[in-house]
Design a protein around this ligand. Sequence first.
Ligand code: 5GP
Ligand code: MG
Ligand code: MG
Length: 183
Amino acid sequence: MHEDIQEVLFSEEEIAARVAEIGAQITKDYAGVVEQDGQGIILISVLRGAAIFMADLAREIKLPLEMDYMAISSYGNGAKSSGVVRILKDLSSEVEGRHIIVAEDILDSGLTLTYLMKNLASRNPASIEVATLLRKKTLAQAEIDCKYVGFECPDQFIVGYGLDFAERYRNLPYIGILKPEVY
Ligand code: 5GP
Ligand code: MG
Ligand code: MG
């Protein structure tokens, strides 16, 4: 284990198993939709934290799909939400009339996702659902309708499997709690 990690929450194997389950569920849920629609799903990753999750999830969805990326920022390099969301990079594709699944890394205050869902809804997609790898046990995001949730996690600062602190730790294959003395 990395010396800056206090505790491993989810091992590489646990993550792989859960991502496979979510992929299988999405495959089941969207099989009819995709057949009717004649177009695949658009899987949208919110850079940079969700990129690893989406890459693994995409390979567990056994349906035609496209992958696109958006970069938004609500956190600087710190550990606390600033409440300010900026679009750093927009989608490359048109999503009007398409079935979107947004892959998120972690749902905390829900500010980022609320902003993103409004923004995407204004482009008139056929549907939007959210797949988040992690959801923190906080009161604030109770309102957000998130169809696919990987794991519930404690309200602490989490890193690994795409999640960073000051751009570090994204390449840890597991998910863990960062030692508070590091930030
Ligand atoms: P929210 O807007 O829901 O408060 O925050 C969402 C975004 O903040 C996440 O997509 C993620 O980029 C970042 N974030 C929130 N909590 C954590 C955390 O515990 N660890 C890391 N690395 N990022 C977090
Ligand atoms: Mg994110
Ligand atoms: Mg970050």
